[in-house]
Design a protein around this ligand. Structure first.
Ligand SMILES: *Cc1c(COP(=O)(O)O)cnc(C)c1O
Length: 368
């Protein structure tokens, strides 16, 4: 009898209480009928800003839009360079390119996050923004990056899409940069039931301009200040997010527990994520490294365990960017072929994790 598949991700909402709460939230929106920028959007903005210790939050239609609009509010455009890590979801580079600027790809460290020294070496007179990504749900070395940004007069924008709820030195993701962008899409740790994103900042001028950019550059119903797109956050998604906000800490606690179970069983067999005492990762993914990556993935999948290569290509090696990609990223190149994400979502049980680890043991014992 084949055993049940251990899914990499399980986005179904099957718990009756959770489902009821979400349906009630939808129902309230149906009753008031303000589907665009309704009261739930403002309420979510207020709650997320407070949670991350920020003055302002602006809800937008996706994480990609969050990045694009934010880059534009900092005046990024043609002729400018934005330094980003070589390893991320492609939206990070696309937002820079769609703003009309050039992405410059920095190397990553062993934490899989942008290397501050590599980023610093790539600064030119054209560099306008440093945009680190908290990859896998681990916050970057923000002390070093802030120091570099300040010294060189650059804006610092966090792509915190994978790190909602993560902390570093007690401070939450989204509280470090001049602005911080989150994707709240269904795969993220704090997730809508469709596309959604949010931007945080302490600067009133930035928040105000984001409000204009997310709605066709309109300041009111009459006046368009600058060309833009329509990228508002849906009231329905905001309502669903509000209904889920209270669960985020429990979700992260469970993911951290799963990570600890994996750490304990896998140490010495594969490279496991490292976490210093000042870091509290949210484990958007639990990413291991091994030179046997492709064989291990096939072995697991043949036995009912879904494992994923999250970003199989570095961004500068994508067809869209590889011609003349600017940057330096030897460590990223070395690591890219070794990374594998194991199932680590909060619905897994200890015995699920145990089964995955048992299979990894068998793989390294040479079982076939
Ligand atoms: C998910 C993600 C995005 C894009 O978010 P969308 O909401 O899917 O547009 C951007 N950057 C990173 C690092 C992400 O993981």
């Amino acid at each position: 009898m084949p055993r049940k598949t251990i899914r990499f991700m399980d986005l179904r909402i099957q718990d009756p209480r959770a489902r009821k709460r979400l349906l009630e939230a939808v129902s309230r929106v149906f009753r008031h009928g303000v589907f665009l920028l309704g009261p739930e959007v403002a309420e979510l903005e207020k709650r997320v800003a407070a949670r991350c210790g920020r003055k302002f939050a602006v809800g937008v239609s996706s994480g990609t839009d969050a990045l694009l609009f934010t880059l534009k509010t900092f005046g990024v455009g043609p002729g400018d360079e934005v330094i980003i890590p070589a390893l991320s979801w492609i939206a990070t580079a696309n937002a820079v390119a769609m703003a009309g600027a050039r992405p410059v790809f920095a190397d990553i460290g062993d934490d899989l996050n942008i290397s501050p020294s590599s980023a610093e070496r790539l600064i030119t007179p054209r560099t306008k923004v440093l945009m680190p990504v908290h990859y896998t749900g681990k916050i970057c070395a923000m002390e070093d990056l802030s120091r570099i940004a300040r010294a060189r007069g650059l804006a610092l924008i966090e792509d915190a899409s994978q790190a909602f709820g993560a902390r570093r030195g007690g401070r939450p993701a989204g509280s470090f940069g001049d602005a911080a962008c989150f994707s709240l899409n269904p795969m993220k740790v704090f997730a809508a039931c469709g596309e959604a994103g949010i931007v945080l900042t302490d600067r009133a001028d930035i928040a105000e301009r984001l409000g204009v950019l997310r709605y066709n550059g309109m300041v009111n119903r009459e006046t368009c200040l600058e060309p833009s797109l329509n990228g508002r956050l849906d009231t329905l998604q905001a309502a669903l997010l509000l209904a889920r906000l209270g669960d985020v800490d429990a979700i992260i606690a469970k993911r951290r527990k799963i990570a600890a179970w994996y750490d304990e069983r896998l140490k010495g067999k594969v490279g496991t994520p490292r976490q210093s005492s000042k870091e509290q990762d949210c484990y958007y993914t639990y990413t291991i490294r091994t030179p046997e990556r492709d064989r291990l993935k096939a072995f697991l999948e043949a036995r009912g365990v879904e494992a994923r290569v999250r970003d199989p290509y570095l961004m500068p090696e994508q067809p869209a960017y590889r011609r003349g990609a600017k940057g330096e990223f030897p460590n990223a190149k070395r690591l890219a072929g070794r990374l594998l994400c194991l199932p680590a979502h909060e619905k897994l049980s200890r015995s699920d994790v145990s089964r995955v680890c048992g299979l990894i043991d068998r793989f390294f014992e040479g079982a076939d």
